[in-house]
Structure formats: structure tokens, C-alpha cells
Ligand binder design. Structure first.
Ligand SMILES: Nc1ncnc2c1ncn2[C@@H]1O[C@H](COP(=O)(O)OP(=O)(O)OP(=O)(O)O)[C@@H](O)[C@H]1O
Ligand SMILES: [Mg+2]
Length: 267
């Protein structure tokens, strides 16, 4: 099982868009994928057609230890793609976590029922570096950082990487940033190219080669309740996220990212 947190403390950079669409593309390529909504905004859950105002069980109950994560998984319109939903009640967890001993590793322990049953667990983090994000970073092996390429936000990126390193040094020694994803790439402007060039200079091969171009279809698909692969299968959004998924799958060969057990479902 590969465990990946999609993290960036900046809002609106494409974390949720990437979680859903990368997840759907990995599922299309034969992987079994769980998306964990770790954002009290519940955007990912709503997108996948879940009524977040009427959740009887959610990630909040999992983090409180009331239920196993496997008990809250919901099937989606995509075969082999499941969602562990959240809603605004998760915001209360931030306070609860602050008072709990060993609060940083609660999520890691709660992922264990998923071992051996799924290939990818992808966590959609909130736009902050608070305790929910720190829990995500303590629970996973890999971090993917989606970046908006319409603005140069290197300072924020450095802060984020420092936080990842802090968690690595103190709580989770195997944690690694394995990919930076250039999102909302605007082919019409030089700025996007410039930003991508600067990220490449600074972070070398950490930047995925697949760029996610800006696209109206990608902006529309949350309303449709589907990932881009179903909403607009022929669109460049599908093309870009399928390319990214193939690149992520190529990474399976590079290093032993598979934690707690065997590699499954290879195509
Ligand atoms: N490649 C793209 N082209 C066009 N619009 C996009 C693209 N990627 C994301 N968007 C849109 O940009 C907005 C922000 O994206 P998204 O919700 O994925 O970001 P986020 O980082 O999860 O935000 P938050 O920090 O609030 O959780 C959304 O309206 C989304 O539909
Ligand atoms: Mg989001």
C-alpha cells in the first residue's frame, strides 16, 4: 500500500482536484484506491456525491477511535475508488488532538485496517499546517505537493518542506516529498513556464513531468459529481491526470514505497 498526503497550506492550489482525479486515473489503471478527506470543508466528499450534512460516521469518528476506517468507506461512481468522508465536525478534532497525548500519530494507527486491501491511500489535506496536516504527515510515507503555477510562491513551498522535514526528524523518519505537481498550468502565458522552470531548478527531479493544464472542464467537474475521467473522458484534463497517474505508477518501480506488505494489482 502506498500512502500519499496531498499537502499545501495555500488554499485553492488543486489539492482536492488532484486527489479525486489522480485517484480516479489510478483506479482506471487497475489500482485499488482510497481517498481520505481530511479537510473539514468536505469538498472531496461532496464532489463524490456524499451528502456531508447527513454523515452518520466520518473521519472524525475514526480519529476518535469510535469506528474502524474500513467501516466508513463509501463506494463511488468509479470502480475501485472509495472515499473516507469528512465534514465540518472534523474541525473539532483539531482541538481534541491538541489535548491528546501522542496526538500526532492517531491517524497513522487508524490506517492499519486498510493494509493489504488497497494499493493507494491518498489524503486530501486542509489548507493549513495545523494538527490535521501534521497527523497526515505522520501517517504517510510520501508527500505530493500540488502547486498553482500561475503565481510564484516559493516562500510557501520552503515553509512546507521545512514542516515536512520537521515531522520526518521527529515523528516519521521515512517521510519523503516524492512529487511536486504543477497545477493550473496556463499554456498561454510565460509566467507558468517561468514558475515551472524555477521549481525545476530548485527541486530537480521532484517535479512531475506531467503538467496539469488549466481547463474549464476540470473546474466544472466537481459540480457534476464525477471525476474528469467520467465527466469529460476526451478532455485534456483527463489526458493530464492520466499522464500523471502513469508517472506515479512508474515510481512504484523506483523505490520500495509499499508499506506494510505486498505490492498488489500491477498491470
Ligand atoms: N487545472 C485546473 N484548471 C482549472 N481549474 C482548476 C484546475 N485545478 C483546480 N481548479 C479549480 O480551482 C479551484 C481550487 O481547486 P481545489 O479545490 O482543487 O484546490 P484546493 O487546494 O483543494 O483548495 P483548498 O485549499 O480550499 O482545499 C477549484 O474551483 C477547482 O475547480
Ligand atoms: Mg481542497
Amino acid at each position: 500500500m502506498r500512502t500519499i498526503a496531498l499537502t499545501n497550506q495555500k488554499g485553492g492550489v488543486g489539492k482536492t482536484t488532484t486527489a479525486v482525479n489522480l485517484g480516479a486515473c489510478l483506479a482506471k489503471l487497475g489500482r485499488r484506491v482510497v481517498l481520505i478527506d481530511l479537510d473539514p470543508q468536505g469538498n472531496l466528499s461532496s464532489w463524490m456525491g456524499i451528502n456531508i450534512n447527513e454523515l452518520d460516521k466520518s473521519m472524525l469518528n475514526v480519529l476518535r477511535g469510535d469506528v474502524l476506517i474500513s467501516e466508513i468507506l463509501k463506494e463511488t461512481c468509479v470502480k475501485c475508488l472509495w472515499v473516507a468522508p469528512s465534514n465540518v465536525t472534523l474541525a473539532a478534532m483539531e482541538r481534541t488532538l491538541a489535548n491528546k497525548l501522542e496526538n500526532d500519530t492517531i491517524l497513522r494507527n487508524s490506517l492499519s485496517p486498510l493494509l493489504d486491501h488497497y494499493d493507494y491511500v491518498i489524503l486530501d489535506c486542509p489548507p493549513s499546517l495545523g494538527l490535521l496536516t501534521v497527523n497526515a504527515l505522520s501517517a504517510v510515507r510520501e508527500v505530493f505537493i500540488p502547486l498553482e503555477t500561475k503565481v510564484l510562491a516559493l516562500n510557501g513551498l520552503v515553509t512546507l518542506i521545512n514542516t515536512v522535514n520537521l515531522v520526518k526528524d521527529t515523528l516519521n523518519p521515512t517521510l519523503e516529498v516524492t512529487g511536486i505537481i504543477a497545477c493550473m498550468f496556463d499554456i498561454r502565458t510565460n509566467l507558468s513556464n517561468e514558475v515551472v522552470g524555477k521549481i525545476k531548478d530548485k527541486f530537480h527531479d521532484k517535479l512531475f513531468k506531467s503538467l496539469i493544464r488549466e481547463s474549464t472542464k476540470l473546474a466544472e467537474c466537481p459540480i457534476s459529481g464525477q471525476p474528469i475521467t467520467l465527466y469529460a473522458p476526451e478532455s485534456r484534463g483527463t489526458q493530464d491526470y492520466m499522464d500523471l497517474a502513469r508517472e506515479v505508477i512508474e515510481g512504484e518501480e523506483k523505490k520500495d514505497w509499499w508499506i506494510f506488505g505486498r505490492q498488489r494489482g500491477k498491470t
